[in-house]
Design a binder for this molecule. Sequence first.
Ligand code: B16
Ligand code: MG
Length: 216
Amino acid sequence: MTKIKACIFDLDGVIVDTAKYHYLAWKELANELAFDFSETQNERLKGISRMASLDILLEIGGIKLTKQEREKYATKKNQRYIEMVSQMQPDEILPGAKEFLLAVRNAGIKTALGSASKNAPAILKRLNLTALFDVIIDGNKVTKAKPDPEVFIKGADELDIPYELCVVFEDAEAGVEAALSANMKCVGIGSPETLSKANIVIDGLHQMNLNKLMAL
Ligand code: B16
Ligand code: MG
């Protein structure tokens, strides 16, 4: 049995359901550019950085833009996204997330956030979750997107915990790959087909407990 010393959490899809707001904001942009964007297509954007997401969206729409135009549209999407998430309510925290964070902390295990989102600190603040994390690594602190492990490596380094004693909680395939390539354990949140490389896959943090954590 490994003595797990830190848990590193992705934000979107693990702690909160912000994916729906990302989707709505991207869809509005697609419609403005005169094409439609489905929820299935949106799956490709999960866990991916803002600019990389825009590039995928434009590829779907068959649209080519200059760098300046791309920046303008990424900013516009983000402004719309911020408008939506600034109205979020505590009941949008995913089931079991707060309870599991508290249980982990009570057991003396460190916690970190490892998110690709530059909006992560504002969302945590809005939902009163900031104090539940010892360390927050977000999209402003990393240069390489998942599946590069930079975001999780930085989290473990700031916590000063060896990588093999860290568990990452992730809902995106790219995030699972990032965790495993950092030599960390990984709990997948979502579909066992998409996240098959994770050590275990669960529906949400409501299905997690300290016994399962220590058995990883
Ligand atoms: P932002 P996570 C990711 O968050 C989202 O899954 C992804 O859809 C989004 O494009 C990315 O953050 C960047 O977000 O535009 O707010 O900087 O899953 O890594 O917590
Ligand atoms: Mg995610």
